[in-house]
Design a protein around this ligand. Structure first.
Ligand code: NAD
Length: 260
């Protein structure tokens, strides 16, 4: 039995990185997929790749910016119109912002990070929870970060937004557990995705690969994580296997968040 057989799963930020890796793992596990991203080109390529790898998978794509409430309502409405229900929600879209010390941080970039990472995650839950409440069933996986557990130099709005994601996860778990809605978050460490590649380019524009291998030395496993390693945890949290895990922020970071 596949873990997500006939489950309708919405994934935001599905065009690349962690969202795309989870989409592939969900397709492999029998899910019906609603893929959301504001990058239409990435979204189309993701759908194309998925249908080549998993020809039997049912996939719809919806171009939407998660920081805009009306577009969040649109992706939720379109998913329900297509599939009739929403069983699982991988609330993943997010950005890092630019790296700078707190007092120097550009206010416009700060607000943009909060709008996408905090408000985007909130809007998603705001519109999907009522549907799951009607069904008396749902699984929500929000994406925090190691930066939602501890501080990260030069990333104040990112850290603020990811602590907020972890907090909202606890509240959703408290408020909606009685309706069969299970809400958890994951806290990835550095995982090799386009977002992290860009971070290493900011740290060392001349030699990003050097920045990457230096960073990996801080990790107990001496390597960065792979998107598939995160995706497998996400599938666990979206499936019945996690039915009594609620309100947790689960680090997927090779143990890095235990260091001080
Ligand atoms: P990525 O940049 O590789 O992919 C993110 C995807 O989200 C892109 O396709 C992008 O177009 C989409 N997106 C961004 N803003 C959007 C918006 N406003 N509306 C709709 N789509 C939007 O990033 P990633 O590394 O896959 O990160 C995914 C999530 O994981 C983010 O929330 C990120 O903060 C979190 N995270 C990643 C890492 C890591 O190491 N990669 C670590 C911790 C947390």
């Amino acid at each position: 039995m596949k873990k997500l057989e006939n489950k309708v799963i919405v994934i935001t930020g599905a065009g690349m990185g962690l969202g795309l890796a989870a989409a592939k793992e969900a397709a492999k596990n029998g899910a019906l997929l609603s893929l959301v991203d504001y990058n239409e080109k990435a979204l189309n390529e993701a759908k194309q790749g998925l249908s080549e790898e998993y020809p039997e998978a049912k996939v719809i794509t919806i171009a939407a910016d998660v920081s805009k409430e009306a577009e969040v309502k649109k992706y939720v409405d379109e998913t329900v119109k297509a599939f009739g229900r929403i069983d699982g929600f991988y609330n993943n879209a997010g950005i890092e912002g630019k790296q700078a010390l707190m007092a120097d941080y550009d206010l416009e970039v700060f607000r943009k990070v909060i709008d996408i990472n905090l408000m985007g995650v909130f809007y998603g839950m705001r519109y999907i929870i009522p549907i799951m409440q009607q069904q008396q069933y749902g699984r929500i996986v929000n994406v925090a970060s190691v930066g939602g557990i501890r501080g990260v130099m030069n990333q104040t709005p990112y850290v603020a937004s990811k602590h907020a994601v972890s907090g909202m996860t606890k509240n959703a778990a408290l408020e909606y557990g009685k309706h069969g809605i299970i809400t958890n978050a994951i806290a990835p460490g550095a995982i090799l995705t386009p977002m992290v590649a860009e971070a290493f380019r900011q740290v060392n524009p001349d030699d990003p690969k050097k920045a990457e291998s230096e960073y990996a030395q801080f990790n107990p496993t001496k390597r960065l994580g792979l998107p598939e390693e995160v995706a497998r945890v996400v599938i666990f949290l979206l499936s019945e296997d996690s039915s009594y895990v609620n309100g947790q922020t689960i680090a997927v970071d090779g143990g890095q968040s235990n260091a001080y």
